[in-house]
Design a protein around this ligand. Structure first.
Ligand code: SF4
Ligand code: SF4
Length: 129
C-alpha cells in the first residue's frame, strides 16, 4: 500500500498545512488521544494548547502556526484525525476542482497522475485505513 501511496502523495515536510490563522477542529476522540499522548490533565491540555470558540475546539496558533508545530508535528502520534487525513481527503472524489485546490496548498500531491487514477488509488488507501 505504501507504493500506491507514493504514486499520489509524498509529504515534503514543508509545514504549510500547519500554518495559518486557524487549525483543524477537534472531535472528542482527538482530545482523549492528545491528553493520553501528552500525559497531562485534560484541563491543563485545554489551557495550554487549545482554544474554544462557539463550542469548536482547535489548537492555539503561535507565530502563525499550530502550537504543536516545531519543524514538523511535535505530537505526531497524538494529533487530530483531520491532520492524519490531510491531504488525502474524501472531498477529492466529489469534484476534480477539490483536488486542484488541495494540490495548490500541498506540494506533496503528485501532479503527474490523472484524476481518475488518483481517485482509484485513494479509494484503495481509504478502504485500508
Ligand atoms: S502541506 Fe503537504 S507536503 Fe507540506 S507538510 Fe503538509 S502534507 Fe506535507
Ligand atoms: S497537530 Fe501537528 S499536524 Fe496538526 S496542525 Fe498541529 S502541528 Fe500540524
Amino acid at each position: 500500500m505504501k507504493n500506491e501511496l507514493a504514486k499520489i502523495f509524498a509529504c515534503r515536510q514543508c509545514g504549510h498545512c500547519c500554518h495559518g490563522k486557524t487549525t483543524v477542529s477537534l472531535i472528542p476522540d482527538d482530545l482523549d488521544r492528545m491528553v493520553a499522548y501528552l500525559r497531562l490533565p485534560e484541563a491543563e491540555v485545554k489551557q495550554r494548547y487549545l482554544r474554544e470558540t462557539d463550542g469548536v475546539i482547535q489548537m492555539k496558533i503561535v507565530d502563525g502556526h499550530c502550537i504543536f508545530y516545531n519543524q514538523g508535528c511535535s505530537i505526531h502520534p497524538g494529533k487530530p484525525w483531520r491532520c492524519t487525513e490531510w491531504p488525502l481527503h474524501p472531498s477529492i472524489f466529489a469534484d476534480p476542482a477539490n483536488l486542484g485546490v488541495i494540490s495548490d496548498s500541498c506540494p506533496g500531491i503528485k501532479r503527474d497522475v490523472s484524476y481518475e487514477e488518483f481517485c482509484r488509488i485513494l479509494r484503495k488507501l481509504i478502504a485500508a485505513r
